[in-house]
Design a binder for this molecule. Structure first.
Ligand SMILES: Cc1cc2nc3c(=O)[nH]c(=O)nc-3n(C[C@H](O)[C@H](O)[C@H](O)COP(=O)(O)OP(=O)(O)OC[C@H]3O[C@@H](n4cnc5c(N)ncnc54)[C@H](O)[C@@H]3O)c2cc1C
Length: 461
């Protein structure tokens, strides 16, 4: 179908004001947070109802036009990059919380609902939604579902997949299905589990039933400073080996500290090679007992300075520095790649030492800020895109780090998805038979490969 035909045929479903086609209208949709990749779609449509999304997917099937679902476009792996001959279905207007049931402790939401809005709505009932990506004030539940997103507090409670009870979705072939139910007790295979983390390749989530949990009674937040990044990594393994299960354990290295300090002035120790933030959460008597235990472990781990947040305001300041770190790194470099890999917790120190070596040898600065408790690394690889070859060199280093993660028994992605960025690394983790099984699953619901075409699977297969 020609560009002209696609645009005029979409008027069967949308009024002209909700079909974006002009270059200036399309520009914001040309890339996600991984701006190194760009593609201009033929059109962006702005559905306001689930029926419109279903009608659009069926229209795509009739016409053979590929589509990409998009939430807020904060993907860091090119997951919501458009297909040049396709359309983008932007879901931000489907942003209603349809039901909030404190007795059943669940919320039924549309995919365009912003992550932190769920907790805000649940707060009067003493409840909250656990998965908390650092992008939570902007990213959507639909995007979180597609990427099985995580966050600082997923160490204790698990990732998005552990908090989704049911999904109503339009599959890529236009069929509307209900996966899962309103309870953690499921019958039959875990179809919700298959959809979560499928990166938009199976279809579009229209309605998501989320588990809500009671808000912890209290928190104890500790900041420990170390002379080496390796020592901070080692401390993470020691905390877990001591039998503690904190709500969160995050590490920031010297460059990340510097950037966060310049941006929000959280009062982090500027002479530290790395800081470890550990947060205990739960019932007050329990966390007081755990705190005494934690302080002993931290002391033995070689921290040269340890701070305990005395009140909620001090706790918020510590977290403000951490949560702003990614964007703050923009102050250190015009461009950077946010890498996302995983290593077993016990091998964190080794991985960090190796990343430092690779950075030194390549002459490329790497800032580290990550969910250490999960073994989930986020090396930020700094480069200047205006210099010829700089992006290619940064990508080369990013690839080396991924290979390192796999070599140490980890994974090429923790929470940011495979998207466009890492599809050629998928065979590092999976054999041909595994990849074929994934492809067959996808083709079972999307024989034409219309939904998020070109993502996740290796480009050279
Ligand atoms: C500063 C910053 C910090 C971040 N921190 C974290 C973090 O701590 N943890 C983390 O996990 N991620 C983090 N991210 C990455 C990103 O925010 C998450 O991956 C998030 O889930 C993406 O949500 P989104 O609404 O922006 O989705 P988009 O980027 O719009 O889309 C992401 C993927 O989801 C698909 N999709 C979107 N909606 C639907 C739907 N309804 N049905 C099916 N597929 C859909 C898209 O096609 C795409 O493949 C961060 C990003 C930034 C920029």
């Amino acid at each position: 179908m020609s560009t002209f035909d696609i645009r005029s045929s979409l008027r069967e479903i949308y009024p002209p004001a909700r079909i974006l086609t002009r270059p200036a209208e399309l520009a914001p949709y040309e890339s996600d947070a991984l701006t190194a990749f760009r593609a201009r779609p033929v059109a962006v449509v702005l559905p306001q109802t689930q029926d419109e999304v279903v009608a659009t997917v069926r229209w795509c099937n009739r016409t053979g036009v590929p589509f990409v679902a998009r939430g807020s476009g904060t993907s860091l792996s090119g997951g919501s990059l458009p297909v040049p001959d396709g359309i983008v279905i932007a879901l931000n207007r489907l942003n209603r919380i349809l039901r909030l049931d404190p007795t059943e402790r669940l919320a039924v939401v549309e995919p365009g609902v912003i992550n932190s809005d769920v907790s805000r709505a649940a707060a009067p009932h003493g409840l909250y939604y656990v998965p908390d990506p650092s992008s939570q004030p902007v990213c959507t539940i639909g995007g979180n579902v597609a990427f099985n997103s995580g966050g600082a507090h997923c160490l204790k409670y698990g990732m998005t997949t552990n908090h989704v009870l049911a999904i109503k979705a339009v599959l890529a072939d236009g069929e509307v299905v209900q996966l899962g139910g309103g309870s953690v007790e499921g019958v039959g295979p875990d179809l919700v589990g298959i959809f979560v983390g499928s990166e938009g390749l199976l279809g579009i989530a229209l309605e998501i039933t989320l588990r809500l949990l009671p808000k912890p009674e209290g928190y104890r937040t500790v900041l420990a400073a170390y002379r080496t990044l390796e020592a901070a990594g080692e401390a993470v393994a020691q905390v877990v080996a001591a039998g503690l299960l904190p709500g969160a354990m995050e590490i920031m290295d010297r460059l990340a500290i510097e950037a966060a300090e310049a941006a929000v002035g959280a009062g982090y120790p500027l002479d530290a090679a790395a800081i470890l933030i550990v947060e205990l959460e739960g019932e007050l008597p329990e966390i007081e007992a755990e705190l005494a235990h934690l302080m002993r472990v931290i002391k033995v781990s070689g921290a040269y300075e340890v701070r305990l947040a005395r009140d909620e305001a001090q706790r918020q300041v510590i977290w403000k520095g951490r949560k702003s770190a990614f964007s703050a790194v923009g102050r250190l470099s015009p461009d950077y790649i946010v890498q996302d890999g995983v290593v077993p917790r016990g091998r964190l120190a080794e991985a960090l030492a190796e990343i430092e070596r690779l950075s030194r040898e390549s002459g490329i600065r790497v800032a580290n800020v990550f969910h250490a408790g999960d073994g989930n690394l986020h090396p930020l690889i700094l480069y200047d895109g205006r210099q010829p070859g700089a992006l290619a060199r940064a990508e080369e280093l990013a690839g080396e780090i991924l290979r390192l993660c796999v070599r140490l028994g980890g994974s090429i992605t923790g929470e940011h998805g495979v998207g466009m960025e890492k599809r050629d690394y998928l065979p590092q983790m999976f054999g041909q038979a595994d990849l074929e099984a994934m492809r067959r699953l996808r083709r079972a619901v999307d024989p034409l490969e219309l939904s998020n075409r070109g993502k996740m699977f290796p480009s050279r297969e």
